[in-house]
Design a binder for this molecule. Sequence first.
Ligand code: ATP
Length: 414
Amino acid sequence: QKEKRNLIDTMVELLPADKNRLLQTIGHIADEMNVNAFLIGGVVRDLWLHRKNEDIDITIEGDGIAFARAAAKTLGGSLYTHDSFLTAKIVLSSGQHIDIATARAEYYDAPSSLPKVVRSNLREDLYRRDFTINAMAIHLNEASFGTLVDPFGGEKDLTNGKIRVLHNLSFIEDPTRILRALRFEQKFGYILSEDTLRFAKKAEPAIIRLSTDRIKAECTRLFEEVTAVATFQRMYELELLSAFIPFASWSLSSKRMLENLENRASMGNIPDVALFIPLFAFQGQLQHLSRFALTKSENQLLNSFSRLKILNEPTLSSLGSLHENIHDIENTPLLIFEKYVEISKNQDFALLIKEYRKKRHHIPSLLTGDDLRALNLTPGPQYKHYLLRSECLWIEGKISNREEALQWLHSRVK
Ligand code: ATP
């Protein structure tokens, strides 16, 4: 039999000394209580890969809650328990969190019902997870401290750079795992195993049943770690783009626009929903995107973009006519529109919008309501008209100061 790998040296190298001591103490408490304790989750994979990760997720073969109670006493932290989930959390005085779970299996009484949770062994606990590379554990009991437990071949998949599900119904059970898979592919430069790819392609009916808010939440999470361009490109390659995002289409134009927007998004300048716009705008399918705009401000953004898109260019051929027609549109949709126009190959129009976007911030208040009152104009819509017109003239360089503005006003109001 192959000798089991021990990761103790890596743990000493990558984890701070206090975390290593903590893990040893957890092993001792487990010995005393005659249960098995394991470090599990992404941290095991990351230790194997020599990547920094200090999450402490513990699984106990035995009563996890009783274990957590004893550990909180020894370590001196506050204990929070979730009895129905068989899990607990200890928050140490240093602020560190330790998540402790009872090794458990989940059973579904009926499809789509909530799973029943029952105490089980480590193997079954790991079997509930998403991919082999995330289904490994490190034994913490003293006699085997640091030993890698790898029942599903995670180590081999890490060596070969493969993302592999644990069973053929995994994506049907939870299609958001496909999005997780895309994240891991990009993050580690890995690739789905052949089987896993086939299962993903067969999961379309389950993907279609996912709610839009879950898809959006998972995409937002993806965009924190990998680019939206890579995500959509890969969804397209897997022929799953329109399953996750109905009516979306992927083209060179969408890709280029998205690349442009993504730089801004990473600076926090535009919200995530904007990253979906390039999937719809070029095919005239924007109305289908509204299902992904769940907040009021996201809806406003989409409405403004749609409004810009239907304005026809001849009416917007000068800075003044731009200001007249779209002065109430916020900067973000305008910026997105500019990127759209740029890709739609109308460079001159894109440059004009860019110039307008910059200039509109510097429009001075050349006239006031008092100036209009002094001319005996009755307050009402015409006030707004004159003030806006004077702004349009300024932005076109036709007037440049208050004097010229007053001159213009007097020539108009006679
Ligand atoms: P990581 O920390 O592994 O980089 P992560 O931030 O996605 O990824 P979590 O979401 O906290 O980690 O998940 C922790 C562990 O729980 C994962 O390693 C994975 O094995 C498991 N897990 C998370 N989501 C799912 C899911 N949808 N299906 C199955 N297992 C999951």
